[in-house]
Design a protein around this ligand. Structure first.
Ligand code: TYD
Length: 680
């Protein structure tokens, strides 16, 4: 939350509880990478066979790492939603400490594999508990930065672990020379001890962490199995989450195709181990670039659109990689591929954190984790046999020869698959239907957000207030209008429905409690008709002369009430409204977010047609408002409606001040005088 008078929120790491969790996470990631290095090395040492046996032994470690997620993933997610997340994490850390240490003492390959499976089982509980906790510690607007930092330590610790591993091997030598009693201390044991200690450090850090809300372990809470089924049903039923999961799985499948055949493909291009290393590094460099610069460069673009788009681009890039036969170009394309993956991953994680309610979040993350691993494992497993089956093919066109091998084919299939999946995700999640993607993109690259008709042609400023019943938005929008007028701005304060002559008659129909038989579609169309009239007669003319328009409700109300509340297809409602308004989008939408059980009690008098809807209706409305705001954070301000009114006003003023033009004193105008009394 921004302190009044301060424009920029503090860095997310200034948040002490998050910093602590993040430190624990970094230590664990470092430990995890060290663990992979040590175990693969140890597996090779313990099985001392020929090249084939050793490869198989190392492969066994990877399988042991993957298997638990596939078998137990869903169970662990339900655990994260059901039990105290802090205790879950601490217990998991202590268990990991003990098991990793036991590998050192047992010293057999069999135990190594068993222990690896055990550690992975425990990870399954730790990771969703951690993922689901982050949104509890970090304010919404910083969730994206938090996820970026998390991803950074997840992968950024890999090179550090490699370095540490090298250092440990030197330390091991020194120890052996100093104390002959330690003659059989080898690098792998040392690395495992360090790894175990990392988990212990994490346990202490998390144990002392305050601020993770306790889970309700109510006696009546459903069984774990029921929770899992509920979680899956939730993923299937929620359009946005479904789009996200489809997209992320598609990205994983494409990634699996790359991992599966990368080595063979690089060899076919004439590169050796070093080139393979470079291609691998390129993916990570690209991911970092995408996460840090790509998102900033395209900050004006709707996050939901960017998600699908980045997967489509990743797919097309992969297709190009499969067709081009030049190592340098392939490396450059791989950077781009990584960037797209980085962008999609961060957005996916952030949207799940923002939009999936607390009680479902652990299961959603673990659903993603386990299905992602299954996909990855399947694709990696199928990729090589498929490539081998297809074999090596050469084509001759005139004097030119072109090679198309099995690895090309696998990459091509992966690319096409990712493109299709990206398109699907885009269609599922598009929140700006009716606005051409190309317009959006051009505007985003210029650092703006495309709002047809608003920026260039009309000089004014358009601010909308949205929120559920009794949220206080009417009061707040009036206060802001007064405040702006006091500064000498030409302000038009207006509202929907009913700010025009026709609109007033539509309003009467719409809110009449007797009009209950109204079909959902005609309701949506009537609101859209009122809005079309409002835009043409009131809003556009005012903006055209450079005024600031403050409206109480706009398109988002229809998306929330008719799109989510009435369960019409949100895409249809968006299209009708884009058409009705000629695509006019507010520069800023202030969402006053108030739980309906509080808002509804604030209403006085007889309930109108909409107010008398059941609580679930109002909850669906609130959820949609929040989702809309989450999808375009740069164009929204979300204020907690349960705060003190004065505090709410101040935070709105702070945000509005950022987008105000220089004040030019003009005569003010008020259209509220022509409207019936407003209740909020
Ligand atoms: P109103 O009395 O203006 O109340 P409020 O102060 O809550 O805005 O009533 C407007 C009602 O119309 C409100 O219940 C929300 C509903 N509504 C829609 O369902 N769709 C829309 O597009 C708009 C603008 C309003």
């Amino acid at each position: 939350m921004t302190a009044p008078g301060r424009r920029k929120p503090a860095h997310v790491l200034a948040n002490a509880p998050f910093r602590r969790l993040w430190t624990a996470m970094s230590v664990c990631s470092l430990g995890d990478w060290l663990n992979i290095l040590a175990l693969t090395a140890l597996a090779g040492n313990l099985t001392q066979g020929d090249y084939r046996t050793q490869s198989l032994a190392i492969g066994g470690v990877f399988i042991a790492k993957m298997l638990p997620a596939i078998l137990l993933g869903p169970l662990a997610g339900a655990f994260a939603d059901r039990f105290d997340r802090r205790i879950t994490m601490v217990a998991a850390d202590i268990a990991r400490f003990a098991v990793v240490l036991s590998i050192v003492f047992a010293g057999t390959y069999q135990w190594l594999i068993v222990a690896t499976v055990l550690v992975e089982c425990v990870n399954l509980f730790w990771v969703p508990a951690k993922d689901a906790t982050v949104p509890n510690l970090v304010p919404k607007e910083q969730l994206e930065s938090a996820n970026r930092l998390n991803l950074l330590v997840t992968y950024g610790t890999a090179p550090i672990a490699a370095l540490l591993f090298a250092v440990l091997s030197v330390v091991g030598d020194v120890l052996r020379n100093l104390a002959p009693a330690l003659a059989d201390t080898d690098t792998t044991s040392l690395a495992l001890v360090v790894n175990a200690c990392a988990y212990l450090v994490s346990a202490v850090l998390i144990f002392t962490l305050r601020g993770i809300p306790k889970r309700d372990v109510a006696v009546s809470s459903p069984s774990v199995l029921k929770q899992i089924v509920e979680g899956w049903r939730f993923v299937g039923a929620n359009r946005l989450v479904r789009g996200l999961i489809i997209g992320m799985l598609g990205a994983f499948a494409a990634g699996g195709a790359v991992i599966g055949v990368a080595k063979v493909y690089v060899e076919a291009l004439g590169g050796g181990d070093a080139a393979y290393g470079v291609v691998f590094g390129a993916v990570f460099v690209g991911m970092a670039l995408g996460m840090f610069f790509g998102l900033r460069l395209l900050s004006g673009l709707s996050r939901r659109r960017l998600f699908g788009l980045s997967i489509v681009v990743a797919g097309l890039v992969l297709v190009a990689i499969s067709l081009v036969h030049n190592l340098v170009i392939v490396v450059m394309l791989t950077v781009l591929l990584g960037a797209c993956a980085g962008i999609a991953w961060i957005i996916g994680y952030t949207l799940i954190g923002l939009e999936v309610e607390d009680s479902m979040r652990g299961r959603t993350f673990s659903f993603l984790q386990s299905t992602a691993r299954v996909t990855l494992l399947l694709v990696v497993a199928v990729a090589n046999p498929l490539a081998a089956l297809f074999g090596v093919h050469g084509f001759e066109f005139g004097g030119l020869s072109y090679r198309f091998d099995g690895s090309n084919l696998v990459l091509l299939i992966g690319g096409v698959l990712a493109t299709i999946v990206g398109l699907l995700a885009f269609r599922h999640m598009d929140d700006r239907q009716g606005v051409a993607l190309s317009d959006d993109l051009v505007a985003a690259l210029r650092g703006e957000r495309y709002a047809p008709g608003v920026e260039e042609q009309v000089p004014g400023l358009f601010i909308a207030f949205e929120g559920g019943e009794g949220s206080g938005k009417t009061t707040q929008s009036r206060l802001i209008a007064i405040w702006l007028r006091d500064q000498g701005f030409d302000v038009v304060q207006t509202r929907e429905p009913g700010s025009t002559k026709v609109g007033m008659r539509l309003r009467a129909i719409l809110l009449d409690a007797a009009e209950r038989g109204l079909s959902a579609r005609s309701e949506a169309l009537l609101y859209a008709a009122d809005r079309a009239e409002h835009v043409e007669k009131v809003i556009r003319p005012a903006l055209g002369r450079g005024a600031i328009v403050v409206t109480d409700r706009y398109v988002d109300s229809s998306l929330a009430y008719q799109g989510a509340g009435r369960a019409l297809d949100p895409g249809d409602v968006a299209k009708v409204n884009a058409w009705a308004t000629g695509g006019l989008v507010p520069h800023l939408t202030v969402l006053i977010d108030t739980p309906p059980e509080i808002g509804l009690t604030r209403l006085g008098g007889a309930a109108d047609r909409i107010e008398s809807e059941p609580l679930e209706f109002h909850e669906a409305v609130r959820k949609e408002f929040r989702a809309l705001a989450a999808a375009g954070p740069e164009r929204y301000l979300v204020v907690d409606g349960t705060l003190e009114p004065g505090e709410i006003t101040r935070s709105i003023q702070d945000r509005v001040r950022e987008i105000l033009p220089d004040p030019v004193p003009q005569e003010s105008e008020d259209v509220t005088g022509t409207m019936p009394a407003i209740r909020d």
